[in-house]
Design a protein around this ligand. Structure first.
Ligand code: NDP
Length: 508
């Protein structure tokens, strides 16, 4: 990608009729550059009309007829496929835009008639090789199978099974000489290759019209609107400074990219936050460094794993024993923690007062987040009771601040009642709709209940508390305020108001 040239998006149209595909395309026209007609998804009698698609679509089109074995829906034999390609690519119109700009042909599909027609009439061949469920041992050998003709566009699709696989693919992609090509890692581990397709040297990234109910054409696709609105496809360029969000699979649902990238856009920062789902913190750090990133947000479950990698530990990191923010400072990684401040600000706003000294609070959990909450409660002069599934971890956290502690089961009922001005839920239980960690406790209705989870926006615990008449808040505001703290550390300037103003999206 050249400077002043934004990354390109190709929308995959998998409708049953041409009319449906065109209707969907119309909704995304302003944000996409190419349209891929997945003719294998069309009803059989619609296939007669595929020749007319580029003229009707009015933007450069790619014709793909994907076989079942490659993840497509085309069930007929290769002879029928050949006829369809020939039909779609023949009788070219004088106006080049009325013809297919590209055709996707698998590397084992040898069809000299189709290839000759393409060369004669100016349709470029995307030569693809798909590893649906794996990553080849030797990526160079796989790639060499694709690069037979100079004017063809090699397209290699792999499916990393873990973050180590993805690192191997990323390392290889970043070292490839520049040429027209498409390199894709599918599935949850590969999302960086979709968001940063341009960094990996791909001509475009594929996207599916998910917001209009069309299926995801391949695992890991984003909706084009998300690529533009969340990942700033209209702004990024080769100089964009990368920040990453390091966490496990669940970070695909994180609102951090939405918050930070909206702030970067608003403040005119040439920066982008990209989620990197990984199996270990060290894998996340490798990806960050490979991308030349300048910082990272760290989330579940790596906030403690990061500590040995830090050259500088902020005071809060030392006190809490967990770090949620990395900043590249003086050729080394400095670690900070903005969770305690983020929690404190959202809590005081929620309670509507600045002074909570003497407040009696129950804190559920003793993980990275709970450690920040404990510090914030201690700083504000609250008295707390700590409950945790692993008793010893709860005990150790409580002792640090001279708090009380007990078991996370019905033995705690009476003590919770004594510490019931405020109840803070800081475990990961509830993110998947599970029952709440204190289902043995009956709310009186006078408790203020703060659940750190924001996805789902109302956990079972919050619903139960609300039904009993309690005031409740989820973790969205805390997320916003801890993110504002991260912005300040990364940009070395006060965060914009946008962090306080952005509402939680309804779909989250
Ligand atoms: P950690 O992995 O560090 O800690 C997880 C905590 O949850 C531990 O206390 C663990 O107990 C407990 N836990 C996990 N599974 C269960 C279970 N089945 N039953 C009971 N307890 C369980 O995660 P974090 O502390 O970083 O995050 C915890 C939650 O807070 C997450 O949901 C996260 O999304 C949210 N969070 C929200 C933030 C916000 O800004 N809104 C910021 C940070 C976190 P044990 O010690 O026994 O393993």
């Amino acid at each position: 990608m050249e400077k002043n040239d934004r990354p390109k998006i190709c929308i995959c149209l998998t409708g049953k009729t041409i009319a449906e595909d065109l209707r969907i395309l119309e909704r995304y026209r302003s944000m996409v550059d190419y349209a891929e007609l997945r003719a294998d998804c069309l009803d059989p009698n619609e296939r007669f009309y595929i020749r007319s698609f580029p003229e009707k679509a009015g933007l450069p089109c790619i014709l793909t007829i994907r076989r079942l074995q490659d993840g497509g829906k085309f069930e007929d034999g290769e002879g029928v496929r050949l006829v369809l390609f020939a039909k779609a690519l023949s009788f070219p119109k004088a106006e080049a835009s009325a013809n297919y700009a590209f055709v996707d042909l698998e590397c084992d599909f040898k069809a000299p008639v189709v290839e000759e027609a393409c060369h004669t009439f100016g349709t470029r061949i995307v030569r693809s090789l798909i590893y649906r469920d794996s990553l080849p041992e030797n990526l160079d050998t796989a790639y060499d199978r694709l690069t037979l003709e100079e004017d063809e566009i090699p397209k290699l699709t792999v499916n990393p099974q873990n973050s180590a696989d993805f690192i191997r693919f990323l390392e290889w992609s970043l070292q490839r000489p520049k040429r027209d090509q498409i390199l894709i890692a599918r599935g949850p581990y590969g999302i960086v290759s979709r968001i940063l397709a341009w960094r990996l040297g791909s001509m475009w990234t594929y996207a599916s019209p998910l917001q209009y109910g069309m299926e995801m054409a391949a695992p890991g696709h984003f909706d084009p609107q998300d690529l533009v609105n969340i990942y700033n496809f209209d702004l990024v360029d080769p100089d964009t400074v990368i920040y990453t969000l390091i966490g496990q699979h669940s970070i695909a649902q994180s609102l951090s990219p939405y918050l930070h990238n909206t702030a970067f856009r608003k403040m005119g920062k040439n920066a982008l936050l990209v989620p990197t789902p990984v199996d270990s913190f060290s894998d996340g750090l490798k990806i960050l460094e490979m991308l030349g990133g300048k910082g990272a947000a760290i989330t579940v479950p790596f906030k403690e794993d990061v500590l040995p990698f830090l050259a500088i530990h902020s005071t809060d990191v030392k006190r809490i024993g967990a770090c949620n923010t990395l900043v590249w400072r003086d050729s080394a990684w400095a670690g900070y923690n903005t969770d305690a401040d983020g929690f404190e600000r959202s809590l005081l706003e929620f309670l509507g007062k600045q002074d909570i000294s003497g407040c009696r609070a129950t804190l559920i959990g003793a993980g990275g987040a709970a450690k920040s909450i404990a510090l914030a409660l201690f700083r504000k002069g609250a008295h707390a009771l700590v409950l945790n599934r692993t008793y010893s971890a709860g005990r150790d956290l409580a002792r640090k601040y001279d708090f009380s502690y007990t078991h996370l089961d019905d033995r705690a009922i009476d003590q919770i009642s004594e510490y019931s001005n405020l109840i803070v839920q800081a475990t990961s239980l509830g993110m998947k709709g599970e029952s709440d960690p204190i289902n043995f406790y009956e709310f009186k209705g006078s408790e203020a209940v703060f659940d750190l989870i924001y996805h789902p926006s109302k956990t079972v615990l919050l619903k139960r508390a609300e039904a009993a008449g309690c005031r409740t808040i989820n973790g969205y505001k805390m997320l916003c305020y801890q993110a504002a703290g991260q912005y300040k550390l990364w940009m070395n300037e006060p965060p914009p108001d946008i962090y306080a103003q952005l509402e939680q999206p309804e779909s989250s």
